[in-house]
Design a protein. Structure first.
Length: 121
């Protein structure tokens, strides 16, 4: 941390790029989560934004989707930054084996990658 800003550094302690962030999270599968001006987004290892910092919260990419929160509701983006499952949920978890646990009020259930509720056969 330098002057209340965080940077990504290499193993020699040098800054990878000159972008000062409020917060940074570790890279996973070539994607780093960063907070800038109070909003979260994602960058690649070259420091280019993959997802603009416009989200109140952001999860980790898992199975090509990432949970994002805006105005108290959660939805999911793909790696292109496209909102593929709308901001509908009060809580949202990472995808695992093609399903993600979400909540609406007191009710929790699983959805598939098309956003449809999943029920066991």
């Amino acid at each position: 941390m330098i002057n209340d800003r965080e940077y990504y550094i290499n193993k020699d302690g040098k800054k990878l790029f000159d972008l000062p962030f409020e917060r940074v999270k570790s890279f996973k599968d070539g994607v780093g989560r960063v907070k800038l001006s109070g909003k979260w987004g994602c960058i690649n290892r070259e420091g280019q934004f993959l997802i603009a910092p416009q989200w109140d919260e952001i999860g980790e990419f898992n199975e090509e989707y990432v949970a994002v929160k805006k105005d108290k509701k959660w939805g999911y983006l793909n790696r292109k930054g496209e909102l593929v499952i709308p901001l509908l949920y009060d809580d949202a978890n990472d995808f695992k084996n093609g399903l993600a646990k979400v909540s609406l009020g007191e009710i929790s259930f699983y959805i598939g990658k098309q956003g449809k509720a999943w029920r066991e056969p």
